[in-house]
Design a protein around this ligand. Structure first.
Ligand SMILES: NC(=O)c1ccc[n+]([C@@H]2O[C@H](COP(=O)([O-])OP(=O)(O)OC[C@H]3O[C@@H](n4cnc5c(N)ncnc54)[C@H](O)[C@@H]3O)[C@@H](O)[C@H]2O)c1
Length: 336
């Protein structure tokens, strides 16, 4: 039985918590034993806020060992896995420390605040022989897995163009300090940049127009073109200034030589050029569940992970860094 410690019990901590509880109930060889958060005493009676609802508003944590301090948790618990759902600027040092202690780590995206820290994490994982996986969860999201399968097996030919979008109202707290979160371009838009990277490899060049609307939050409105040798036209946009009743949305439209896929309102429509369109039948499971299940199974079976390796997540972070350089220079093409 793999013993898990969860560090961070904000929005993502609760989302991961839900999935460990579900996996254990389904008989997976995993047990969440301990939770650490600076504010655990306060948080255990409070709801968290995020783009997607967690299963409960207020959680009963009476059967878990709770720690305000990470070192106390590591001193008192024998853990096989630590799951890091802390703010981005805390990922790198903690992940390296845990790997060096001989613990497998699942760490939320973005891998780190900058690629130098990300490479340090990847190198530490390599040296330690422990597994480090980064929660770029779209790689496990059914509608995006379907897209990946279409790109890989070529059932509709080659991709000619694509558009990806995600947006919401401004998040709260540390996210609004761009020096801590990296702003929407690093925090939210990285999901689509990672999908472009996962589907097509690194682009040759990027060109980004971005602006800051919420003072101090970094680039919070973003549009990037990704340039590939075959000339496909790819654009990803993100915006966390969509206030009022907007809520949250993630969408894509990808055109192939012989059909197109449109994902919106949680529904994936497939339009082959020469046959009637249909709605793809997809698993209802969110990528978060599928990602944690994959990670736990790999550790249990002592198999290496091949999705969301740190090296690949850092590659995505390097794309974001090139996008920021392009935006800083008014949208000029930047080589990767
Ligand atoms: N995969 C996704 O779709 C997705 C969605 C949202 C957030 N995230 C990522 O997850 C990470 C966490 O985001 P969140 O929305 O859960 O943030 P959050 O602010 O809701 O939660 C962070 C938690 O960390 C705790 N914390 C802060 N410093 C600490 C410390 N030194 N020791 C112990 N606890 C500490 C805070 O008290 C808080 O409860 C970020 O990297 C974010 O980018 C990923």
């Amino acid at each position: 039985m793999l013993k898990v410690g969860l560090i961070g019990f904000g929005f993502m901590g609760r989302m991961h918590f839900d999935n460990y509880v579900r996996l254990a109930a389904e008989g997976a060889p995993v047990e969440l034993v301990a939770i650490s958060d600076l504010l655990i005493e306060e948080l255990k009676n409070k709801s968290a806020s995020g783009n997607i609802s967690t299963s409960q508003e207020v959680y009963d944590l009476s059967s878990y060992h709770l720690y305000e301090n990470i070192s106390d948790m590591l001193e008192h618990e024998e853990l096989d896995i630590v799951d890091i759902t802390l703010p981005t600027y805390l990922h790198a040092d903690l992940a390296c420390f845990l790997l060096e202690k001989g613990i497998h780590v699942l760490c939320e995206k973005p891998v780190a605040g900058n690629s130098a820290d990300g490479w340090r994490m990847a190198e530490t994982a390599e040296k330690s022989g422990k597994t480090l996986m980064i929660g770029q969860c779209l790689r496990f999201w059914p509608a995006y897995e379907y897209l990946k399968a279409c790109v890989e097996d070529g059932r509709y030919g080659a991709v000619t163009s694509g558009y990806f979008f995600r947006g919401s109202a401004a998040p709260k707290g540390w996210f609004l300090d761009g020096s801590l979160s990296g702003g929407c371009i690093l925090d939210m838009h990285i999901h689509d940049a990672d999908m472009v990277h996962w589907l097509f490899g690194k682009p040759d060049k990027v060109s980004t127009l971005a602006r800051n609307v919420i003072p101090g939050s970094g680039y919070d409105t973003v549009s990037t073109h990704y340039v590939y040798p075959d000339g496909k036209v790819l654009n990803a946009q993100a915006d966390w200034t969509l206030e009022g009743d907007y809520g949250f949305s993630m969408t894509y439209r990808v055109n192939f030589e012989r059909g197109n896929l449109v994902f919106e309102n949680d529904q994936l429509k497939v339009h082959p050029n020469a046959a009637p369109g249909f709605i793809a039948e997809l698993s209802d499971d969110m990528g978060y569940y599928r990602q944690i299940k994959y990670f736990v199974e790999a550790i249990h079976q002592q198999q290496p992970v091949s999705v969301c390796l740190p090296e690949s997540a850092v590659g995505t972070l390097e794309i974001i860094e090139a996008e920021i350089r392009s935006a800083d220079a008014g949208g000029i093409l930047i080589d990767l």
